[in-house]
Design a protein around this ligand. Structure first.
Ligand SMILES: Nc1ncnc2c1ncn2[C@@H]1O[C@H](COP(=O)(O)OP(=O)(O)OP(=O)(O)O)[C@@H](O)[C@H]1O
Ligand SMILES: [Mg+2]
Length: 457
């Protein structure tokens, strides 16, 4: 079986058309012929060939014009030109214009078949590569969530598995790990995707307003209730309600929420009748809810009701493989947003960013990159563009001393390198002055720079 089955033969010589048609059909190809470029363009539309095998010198539209015309139509077909003695230059020109190969006339049948097979092989490779790239891209991205680390791959799989269920999901993780992104992905991957996604931060709204915000109210239910109002549960009807920072929900409302989850009905403030609701709840918290239960700040029954499907998101420091991916993503995105043209990050700065513990997780990383991009003097982010906490976290002397290493020689080298870097930083890279401060000769400094591979301040 050929992966490229359809061949369109274009030649003004009847004899050649005949020979090629017979030859290619016998070899298992589907063949159409055209006698000139214009006819070829027409046939191209109806036939949809994988390969166009065209003479280069033809009256009216020659092979190169044909090639250009097909390219303009967005054709992805492989183009092979045939050139007779004396039209060699045209063949070269055709190659420059994007032809894949050329065969010289007169040709032996085998030559044509071999060229076609080569083209097929290349096409197969190209498709495989493209598939591979797509797979990699897909694997590193789940909606808005970028990741490649094993624990996050597991999260992606889980989201896919549980998205369609109506069961409440509890997303747990430190601040800035991507809890909201996960909640959105759960919605987008569910059968509710085209229905509303409504989010509320339970910690950001005062208790007295939160209740009417969630459940709505009837006119006159309280002083300011001048009209009937739907709550977020109703807004989210047939969709998803994201209860962010559920750990901050006041105890009184915890009781009401539990009732809603159990009965799937709500009652507006000041109303007497219940309204049936169909809402999928996704809750999130950075708190340890089990501990909150123990401390009496969170109702145990609600905790068990929410915790049916817990989705714990690992902190960034436990999945450092994701950092390079996120760095490159944020740089590319900020280049567009800020109109900057940063090329990337110096190796040393990259290392510092990977080593840092990121207590604020992805959000902190995101902000750090944005700040560094604004500060950067060149088209690379350097260590000096990073905040002090990130730079200090990689203090090599502390790291060396903590390692338990007792070799004076090795430890001295670490200290020496730090001193040289500091001196260069202080003198803004002026080596003569740096050597003075370090109290070594200029030559010794140059030698040490090479020794320690210092190129970046
Ligand atoms: N894996 C990721 N890929 C791309 N962007 C991410 C990823 N994780 C988080 N972000 C980004 O980091 C920021 C914080 O994410 P998000 O708001 O989802 O975190 P959170 O856990 O809800 O944080 P908080 O507890 O502070 O509310 C957002 O701007 C989000 O777009
Ligand atoms: Mg959040």
């Amino acid at each position: 079986m050929h992966t490229m089955r359809r061949v369109l033969v274009v030649d003004d010589e009847e004899n050649i058309r005949l020979v090629l048609r017979t030859l290619l059909k016998r070899a298992g190809y589907e063949v159409e012929v055209a006698t000139n470029g214009e006819e070829a363009v027409e046939k191209f539309e109806s036939f949809g060939p994988d390969v166009v095998l065209t003479d280069v010198r033809m009256p009216k539209m020659n092979g190169i014009d044909l090639l250009t015309a097909l390219k303009a139509k967005g054709s992805l077909a492989t183009l092979i030109v045939m050139s007779a003695y004396g039209s060699h230059d045209l063949a070269i020109e055709a190659m420059k214009a994007g032809a894949y190969d050329y065969v010289a006339k007169p040709f032996k049948p085998d030559e044509i078949l071999l060229t076609l097979r080569k083209a097929e092989e290349r096409e197969t490779l190209r498709r495989e590569n493209q598939k591979l790239r797509e797979e990699i891209r897909k694997e590193n991205k789940f909606d808005e969530i970028l990741a490649k680390s094993a624990p996050m791959m597991e999260i992606f799989r889980t989201i896919g598995k549980i998205a369609d269920y109506k069961t409440t999901v509890l997303v747990v993780g430190e601040s800035g790990v991507g809890k909201e992104l996960v909640a959105r992905a759960l919605h987008r991957r569910s059968i509710r995707a085209n229905n509303p996604f409504v989010a509320i931060n339970c910690g950001a709204i005062p208790e007295n307003l939160l209740e009417s915000e969630l459940f709505g109210h009837r006119k006159g239910a309280f002083t300011d209730a001048s009209a009937d109002r739907r709550g977020l549960f109703e807004e989210a009807s047939t969709g998803t309600l994201f209860l962010d920072e559920i750990g901050e929900l006041p105890l009184a409302l915890q009781v009401k929420l539990l009732r809603v989850l159990q009965e799937e009905t709500i009652r507006r403030l000041g109303d007497t009748k219940d309204i049936k609701i169909d809402v999928r709840i996704v809750a999130a918290t950075h708190r340890d809810l089990a501990a909150e239960v123990k401390a009496g700040r969170f109702r145990e029954d609600l905790y068990y009701r929410l915790n049916v499907l817990p989705l714990p998101l690992p902190p960034l420091r436990d999945r450092k493989e994701d950092i390079p991916l996120l760095l490159d993503h944020f740089i590319a995105r900020n280049n567009i947003r800020l109109g900057t043209q940063l090329r990337g990050i110096s190796p040393e700065a990259r290392k510092a960013l990977i080593d840092y513990a990121w207590p604020g997780n992805v959000r902190e990383l995101e902000n750090t990159i944005e700040r560094a991009m604004v500060l950067a003097d060149s088209d690379l982010i350097h260590v000096q563009d990073l905040p002090e906490r990130v730079r200090e976290a990689r203090d090599p002397v502390q790291m060396q001393l903590a390692s338990g290493e007792l070799s004076i020689k090795k430890t001295t080298r670490v200290i020496e390198e730090v001193l040289i870097r500091r001196a260069l930083q202080k003198t803004k890279g002026n080596r003569t002055r740096a050597a003075e401060i370090l109290e070594i000769s200029h030559r010794a400094l140059l030698y040490k720079l090479k020794d320690y591979l210092i190129t970046d301040l």
